[in-house]
Ligand binder design. Structure first.
Ligand code: MN
Length: 459
């Protein structure tokens, strides 16, 4: 296939050029006025952008959460991803306490088989692990390790475990990703709220204040500095947390930060509405001024990636809650948390380009290039150089797309962006040279995505 005359934008800049997709599913050539080969399909993409497929390094498909389950599996979730222009996802495996991490990895590998775009997996540890497990994960292509500083009952680990895993991961070319919130302090605030009879949805945000996110970011950066390790902070949500990243980066700590579209577009007041429970996510939605700071952090490079933390539920499952109670959840601690987003990320971040907050180059870097580089998918993903996988998005900046639930393909009946339109959407999406989405419709086949072992980092 030959994509003619598009505005090609990737790590090598922006230029009007042709892109040749080779029969082997890789980029064969990029340049002006390429000569057509016999039998080659030519597609005129004048006036559209041609960019590397999106890389979403934070998804949760198929995941059980208490008595309910995330409403997208790897098939529906990757179909939605493809339609929205994301051609690689990295999902989080969790090894719960007492579980064998490699057995958990095998479970997720099985769940992921129906995927329609390429995928990798991160590993979450919820307790100390022998270094051999980290080496085995890296050997299996899992080169990033998530640890939680919150959720003491289920997930949280102490600083000694964080520092041990940082050291061991670094020795094997792995990267630690951290959920930064002070879990102990939040537990106290939650207990106090429940004891005082404050059980409503807004308490979810009130008991997880930004200052406890910022304090955990500072602690995470200190641990990385002491371990001589890099660290990647997932779903940064607030201005104080961003300030803590900047402060650590300025003294030379290699702190990589991710944010998500929900923190750029949605605010705490959503939790007060009639469908407030459908806006529960962690960290919680903040007041609107935080978003202004996050956009600026994206433009300045303090924030490196935009991922989604895609973790959708249906309205019924949300109301039912994580505990099996007649009438549904009894208080805010029983509402399953997480938002849909894998389909809408590129469109929502593109709105920031239209608004002049970030550049087209920033958009490509935040959504494709940087996540590919930081998570061992480069140079196969995140760029359009010859030899890279032909994961290509033809982006139509003139296409208006509704973000109502029934206009999207994620398997949920609630859209946090209902009523909103974005102005820019994929016209054509290729995964390793195969057309998987065209004009907002999935046209691929199940189980054509491949597991991508990720490369160790070199320092
Ligand atoms: Mn997550």
């Amino acid at each position: 296939m030959l994509l003619r005359n598009g505005s090609v934008t990737d790590v090598d800049g922006s230029r009007v050029a042709d892109v040749r997709v080779g029969a082997d599913g890789t980029i064969a050539a990029v340049g002006p006025a390429l000569a057509a080969s016999p039998g080659e399909v030519e597609v005129d993409v004048t006036g559209r952008l041609v960019v590397p497929g999106g890389v979403d390094v934070h998804t949760h498909f198929h995941l059980p959460v208490g008595q309910v389950r995330v409403s997208d599996d790897f098939l529906s979730g990757t179909i939605a991803a493809a339609i929205g222009g994301t051609t690689t996802i990295v999902d989080y495996v969790t090894a719960y306490r007492g579980e064998d991490p490699l057995a958990a990895l095998a479970t997720w590998r099985r769940w992921a088989e129906p995927a329609v775009v390429d995928y990798g997996l991160h590993m979450t540890f919820t307790e100390a692990v022998p270094e051999r497990v980290i080496a085995d994960c890296v050997e299996a292509g899992v080169t990033s390790f998530k640890l939680y500083m919150a959720y003491p009952q289920l997930l949280q680990v102490d600083d000694d475990v964080i520092l041990d895993v940082m050291r061991a991961a670094t020795r094997h070319g792995g990267l630690v990703t951290l959920h930064c919130e002070n879990g102990g302090a939040i537990e106290a605030l939650r207990r106090q709220a429940l004891a005082a009879g404050r059980t409503g949805v807004l308490e979810h945000a009130a008991t997880r204040p930004a200052v406890l996110e910022a304090q955990a970011v500072t602690r995470a950066a200190a641990l990385a500095e002491a371990a001589d390790a890099s660290v990647y902070l997932v779903h940064l949500s607030s201005a104080p947390a961003l300030a803590a990243v900047r402060e650590a980066a300025e003294r030379g700590v290699d702190v990589l930060a991710e944010t998500c579209p929900q923190y750029l577009y949605l605010d705490t007041q959503r939790l007060a509405g009639p469908d407030g429970e459908s806006f529960v996510c962690t960290p919680p939605l903040r007041d609107p001024w935080h978003a202004e700071e996050l956009w600026e952090g994206m433009a300045r490079g303090t924030i490196h990636t935009v991922a989604t933390d895609h973790c959708p539920f249906t309205v019924d499952d949300r109301r039912a809650g994580t505990h099996d109670r007649p009438g549904g959840w009894a208080d805010f601690t029983e509402i399953p948390g997480g938002l849909p987003g894998v389909e809408t990320r590129l469109g929502l971040v593109w709105e920031g380009v239209s608004a002049g907050r970030i550049t087209v180059a920033d958009w490509v870097r935040l959504c494709a290039e940087a996540p590919a580089r930081e998570f061992g998918l480069w140079p196969a993903k995140g760029n359009l150089r010859p030899g890279a996988d032909a994961d290509v998005v033809v982006w139509d900046p003139a296409r208006e797309q509704s973000l109502d639930a029934d206009a999207l393909h994620m398997h949920t009946d609630h859209s946090p962006y209902a009523g909103m339109h974005v102005h820019g959407w994929p016209e054509l999406v290729l995964s390793r040279g195969r057309v998987v989405a065209r004009d907002g419709r999935f046209v691929g086949e199940p189980a054509t995505g491949r597991y991508r072992p990720r490369l160790p980092r070199s320092r």
